[in-house]
Design a protein around this ligand. Sequence first.
Ligand code: GLN
Length: 547
Amino acid sequence: MAKNTKYIFVTGGVLSSLGKGLASAAIGMLLESRGLSVTIQKLDPYINVDPGTMNPFQHGEVYVTDDGAETDLDLGHYERFTNAKLGKNNNFTTGKIYDQVITKERKGEYLGGTVQVIPHITDEIKQSICLVSDDADVVIVEIGGTIGDIESLPFLEAIRQFRADAGPSNVVYIHLTLVPYIKTACEVKTKPTQHSVKELRSIGIQPDILLCRTERYLSQEIKAKIALFCNVDADAVFTAKDVDCIYEVPLVYNQEGLGDKILKKLNIWARAPRLEEWKEVVERLKNPRFEVNIAIVGKYVDLTESYKSLNEALAHGGAANDAKVHLQYVDSTMLTEDNVVEVLSKSDGVLVPGGFGNRGIEGKIIAVKYAREHKVPFFGICLGMQMAVIEIARHVLGLEEANSQEFDPHTPDPVIYLMKEWYDERTRQIERRDEDSDKGGTMRLGAYPCELEPDTFAMKAYKEEKISERHRHRFEFNNAYKDRLVNEADLVISGTSPDHELVEIVELKDHPWYLGCQFHPEFKSKPGKPHPLFRDFIKASMKNARK
Ligand code: GLN
């Protein structure tokens, strides 16, 4: 355990989706605004080793860190709200913890002892928390799931023990609950909170601070009642009021005095919070002067959770142009040559996001063709870039059966293909993959360097030659088609790996804004630092709207 490190454990009660991830991120932001350094870790109770292979419908977006970890989407909130550098140690699941314990057991590291939840699993959890302890003044640990779930018990037992290990003044337990407003009674109800805290106390954790999600501010009277029944300080019950814009959350917490209370409990002295810049960003996000309509043509269009970072990056790009971004989710399985003009002409720009599997692929190609031919700003991300290359190969080069090997392994023209061998800048060695490699084990994952060409949309946006962006894909641009695409179809290759072997960005010149990138720029956009590609895509779309 690192010396002087302080720990905040965030648990959730009553029901899921209360926004523990956002609460943890907002607490991190508030502490940073006082000059403290923070890191945030998520402990997830499910048994998957990581969320990499989980269906976005069920689990929402898979977030990727610089070091190539496939993590829970809450890490996206953490990075958007704070400057914490996150990596594989910032997300542990029950599956990963058990996997590590079983590996040790097989190696004989427990010397023949009986391996049990307490102490072996709980020790492993505590060690995982300590792995990020050196990174910051304050470590915030969010426990996934809801109090009362069977799955989260080992994590809760581990954090219960943690206070004794780290010392009571170094640990704070924050519990997020719901205080519903019952219309028929015209009252807010505290009983669910009381029960949730009772459950938490029955496993040995007395929360220090309660964050109550409500529709309206709680009166002093209600707060006093909750404090009494839940055995917390009278000034340790805070209203976590619903807000219009998620970036307002830390401002509401600050107004309520949450930052001061946390510092007092942890016995830390820090300066007053500096929130001016953040307030300006929130103002810009909430009250823009202009509007723009963007079509997202994808597969998981029903669930905004599947495109969490993308939606946020678009909002940031909008704010950078003083514009509110209205999203039109278009299910690509519904798109045809006959309806594409009618469906997409309502939007000022077309975005095809990342994705896996062949459902809806042809519809995406129709959308890219529409954007190319009608000179509508186009942004293709990962799979979206691959679709753009296939579309151009088919309709400009006339290679009618051009495809990605992902969707047609026997296509005569695999313009997107499984690259068997390449030099990996991250591992600094030759990497290999083939059709039989493990699902999940063979992707190009995490941050890779990319070099940009002058006089391109990419260079105009980034304004630097060398950039780094995060990847999550198996298939690549096939260099065998490079010359024809460039010479006969006017494709511009504006970004490549430093050895020029991997094509990372493609563009079209004779177009107001057309760019496809093999990486996921949405993972690096922040409210105060909008991503340059999203900023420029929105700008071009606004120009298109005014035409
Ligand atoms: N399915 C494609 C690939 O694996 C694209 C992945 C993505 O969009 N993230 O290459």
